[in-house]
Design a protein around this ligand. Structure first.
Ligand code: ATR
Length: 492
């Protein structure tokens, strides 16, 4: 079930918010501590959904600051009025008289950390007479979620357990898989009643909350930051399109990614996408890697074959396939010659993306030059993969057929920037921008105006994601669905 808390400051606002929340929620939580004087009887009279009535005390993270006696009187009134659920803190539960119509959620919040002895706390809450146990703890590390999942899995009593904070967001999405009674979601972005909440709409449409259950397979992207990743939108859309019982999550990993992957074996993650800044570090955590990962020294995909983690790299072929497919003429595509052989490519940037593309280009017989803001990095990468570095002041000296931008220059929100002087763009040149947000960057716009052939990073991004999906599921990826989901997300 999805519960949406409403936090209006008076009875009118509460009633309005309850009506809006009811469209997305199975249960509405009336956070009466935001409007303690509001007429509860009136709110309950026309409630469109079952409600949880909560007068959260300040000491447990709520707004109620008055005397405890007053607070308990209000909670008692909610019970006496027959609200479906009342939430009462563990340390006050004994003071509430029961009513058979009302189920008591006995709760404990820890805003500092996720204690290791959750089992004891759970037992104390059960002993206090809870109909439903609620435990919410602050996650300081994404691994804290595992304590919550373990608790849910072992619990015989109906239990709501979740981690707060951004590292805890996944517990709000997949707690249900481990038996969680309900999850809290916000009515809309910016109206979260606790840190790490996501909107009910995202829960339903992006993560397909309805379908999550014991058998749901888990996938996700390991990144930092992860909040703006497009991968959850496109991979979840793909799972939905092929009818697979799977959910794809954002894993914000700011500590050691190897420790994360090892710890999360406990919940049998079936596959990962890996992106900045973890592509190199995770190679060491694999049971097996393919040849390309060995040669490039970086992976972007992990798949789980009967518990063994296998690292793969779909970045390189995704970039090269996009380049070959979209930019060569029909005649070139049909010719026997390896299509890119003998061409001259100029790569802008010297990070992981440049390394992957440079590597792929060289393997296809392209002559590669690298230019970068920090020239020493260009030289180091050129030495490492076996090509040439060129100074930014000397770009005109390279007669490139192919220009590839792998820097973030021109990416949203700095859409006015470009990494390459328009004056050096020549007709017929192939210009490939790894940036996909926006799909048409200033570089591509100027390239089109200069009669170049252009390719957006969108094709690269969709290619690498589709290849990941195929490694995980061993079936063709619904590429059109993935591209559509990406464009929709970018449009927001
Ligand atoms: P990735 O793995 O995506 O390639 P990265 O390793 O952080 O990411 O590399 C980013 C690249 O974009 C680098 O080449 C970086 O240049 P520096 O080596 O000088 O840092 C380049 N880059 C990022 N922001 C830039 C900017 N504003 N102007 C020019 N180059 C930039």
């Amino acid at each position: 079930m999805i519960c949406i808390p409403v936090t209006g400051r008076d009875v009118e606002k509460m009633a309005q918010e309850m009506a809006v929340a009811a469209e997305q929620a199975d249960v509405v939580e009336l956070r009466m501590d935001y409007a303690p004087g509001a007429d509860l009887r009136r709110l309950l009279k026309d409630r469109p959904r079952p409600v949880i009535v909560t007068y959260r005390a300040k000491r447990q993270g709520g707004m109620f600051e008055g005397p405890e006696e007053d607070r308990l009187r209000l909670v008692q009134k909610a019970v006496d009025l027959g609200a479906e659920y009342v939430d009462i803190e563990l340390d006050a539960a004994a003071r509430i008289r029961r009513n058979p119509k009302t189920r008591l959620i006995v709760s404990h919040h820890d805003f500092e950390r996720t204690p290791s002895d959750l089992g004891r706390l759970h037992a104390d809450i059960v002993a206090a007479g809870a109909d439903i146990v609620k435990i919410a703890t602050m996650a300081t590390d994404i691994r804290d979620n595992l304590a919550i999942f373990d608790l849910l899995r072992r619990s015989k009593k109906e239990t709501i357990a979740l981690c707060m904070g951004e590292p805890g967001t996944i517990s709000r999405i997949i707690g249900k898989k481990f038996g969680g009674y309900l999850t809290f979601a916000s009515i809309r972005a910016g109206r979260e009643s606790a840190p790490g909440q996501i909107t009910a709409r995202d829960l339903r449409t992006l993560y397909r909350y309805e379908k999550i259950g014991w058998g749901t397979e888990l996938y996700g992207v390991i990144a930092n930051p992860v909040a703006h990743s497009m991968s959850p939108a496109i991979q979840n859309a793909a799972f939905e399109a092929v009818g697979r019982n799977a959910v794809y999550l954002p894993f914000k990993v700011d500590g050691d990614p190897v420790a994360f992957v090892n710890a999360f074996k406990a919940i049998d993650i079936k596959g990962y996408s890996v992106t900045l800044p973890h592509k190199e570090a995770l190679v060491a955590a694999m049971d097996e890697v393919d040849d390309l990962v060995k040669r490039v020294g970086a992976l972007n995909t992990i798949f789980n074959r009967e518990g063994r983690l296998i690292g793969a790299n779909t970045d390189v072929s995704a970039a090269l396939d996009a380049l070959t497919a979209a930019l060569l003429t029909e005649k070139e595509r049909r010719s026997e010659e390896p299509p890119l052989k003998g061409r001259v490519a100029l790569l802008l940037g010297a990070g992981g993306a440049a390394r992957a593309v440079g590597f792929g280009l060289l393997a296809r017989g392209v002559r590669v030059f690298i230019a970068n803001r920090t020239h020493e990095r260009a030289e180091a990468l050129a030495r490492e993969i076996g090509c040439e570095a060129v100074a930014l002041s000397d770009l005109a000296s390279v007669a490139a057929d192919i220009l590839i931008n792998t820097t973030s220059v021109g990416m949203h929100p700095n859409v006015g920037a470009t990494p390459f002087p328009a004056a050096l763009l020549r007709p017929g040149m192939v210009v490939f921008d790894a940036v996909y947000n926006p799909p048409e960057t200033r570089l591509l716009r100027e390239a089109r105006a200069a009669d170049c052939r252009t390719l957006s990073g969108l094709a690269w991004f969709v290619n690498q994601a589709a290849a990941q999906f195929e490694l995980w599921t061993e079936r063709p990826a619904p590429r059109n669905v993935m591209e559509k989901a990406l464009r929709e997300r970018l449009g927001k």
